[in-house]
Design a protein around this ligand. Structure first.
Ligand code: UDP
Ligand code: MG
Length: 137
């Protein structure tokens, strides 16, 4: 059993895609272990994307991620990290295959609907950052 962390980004929530995105994880056979909505404070967005801080798109990315309500979840199941990354598709919507979330619902960066942890280490860090470290999740 493995856990990963996802964010349905502000335009995903604005476009009414929370149910659509979560249902794809559920249909795969993964479980929604925790679920919440809220706004990401700028400081937390900068920390979450700190590895990209030298990229030219960093400020735009932080502004986008803090521009509206998001939906955050812990998704659980066998190989959850890799399965969720496969279901969301490539980072750039131009390269994301039809049938993936980004391939079906997004057209251009940075607006690609959903974030998902990319490794066991980032999953642990991101779950702690956004949900805390309590064991009863
Ligand atoms: N992003 C962007 N321009 C780029 C690369 C990334 O605007 O050239 C944004 C995009 O929203 C992406 C986020 O930055 O989801 C984080 O980038 P990362 O490389 O971690 O991609 P991801 O893990 O989200 O697929
Ligand atoms: Mg990433």
């Amino acid at each position: 059993m493995e856990r990963t962390f996802i964010i349905i980004k502000p335009e995903g929530v604005r476009r009414g895609l929370i149910g659509e995105v979560l249902s794809r994880f559920e249909r795969k056979g993964l479980r929604i272990a925790r679920l919440t909505t809220g706004h990401i404070p700028e400081k937390v967005a900068r920390e979450h994307y700190a590895h990209l801080k030298d990229k030219p798109f960093f400020d735009e990315l932080v502004e986008y991620m803090t521009s509206g309500m998001v939906c955050m979840a812990i998704i659980e199941g066998p190989n959850a990290i890799q399965h969720v990354r496969s279901l969301i598709g490539a980072t750039n919507p131009v390269e994301a295959a039809p049938g993936t979330i980004r391939g079906d619902f997004a057209t251009e960066l940075p607006y690609n609907i959903v974030h998902a942890s990319d490794s066991p280490e980032t999953a642990i860090a991101e779950i702690a950052r956004f949900f805390g470290t309590e064991e009863d999740a």
